[in-house]
Design a binder for this molecule. Structure first.
Ligand SMILES: [Zn+2]
Length: 156
């Protein structure tokens, strides 16, 4: 393993795999300057997802108004790719409606990052899974609240 891991081809080498990973400039940019990275104690909903295979975990917080995600933030623990993924997920999601946000897929995240190294693609999962959980939680609590006042106010 040490023989393969010696290539000095990047600052973000991953010595644990021995595979040389080249992150795109976009990944490095988001990793160095993550967008919307803060906790949100007064969030309307939150959702967490952890990937046991690489120890990454992510919690996403949402503020929703008129069916639109007005604010999104997160706390992330994990590798460079997972931090970049969380950041770009928040950027892609902000300002979108719930329906639009639910359509965000792993491929969109990878594309927005100008690609991810093959063995890091699973990290793009993290953003999508946590986002969908957060939205799910939002819809659950919101529907319950709506039931109290009105039978069905959900629009398609
Ligand atoms: Zn990872």
């Amino acid at each position: 393993m040490d023989a393969e891991g010696t290539g000095a081809d990047g600052i973000f080498q991953t010595p644990w795999t021995g595979v040389s990973n080249i992150y795109s400039d976009k990944v490095i940019e988001h990793f160095m300057c993550p967008q919307n990275a803060y906790s949100m104690p007064d969030a309307d909903a939150e959702g967490s997802f952890g990937d046991p295979s690489c120890g990454d975990s992510l919690t996403i917080y949402l503020k929703v108004k008129d069916n639109t995600i007005e604010e999104i933030s997160y706390l992330v623990y994990g590798c460079c790719a997972s931090i970049a993924t969380s950041s770009v997920t928040s950027v892609l999601t902000k300002g979108k409606t719930i329906d639009e946000a639910l359509k965000i897929a792993e491929e969109d995240i990878i594309e927005a990052l100008d690609g991810l190294p093959e063995n890091k693609k699973h990290c793009s999962n993290l953003g999508v899974r946590a986002l969908r959980k957060a939205i799910d939680n939002y819809l659950k609590t919101n529907r319950m609240e709506n039931k109290n006042e009105n039978c069905n106010t959900s629009r398609r």
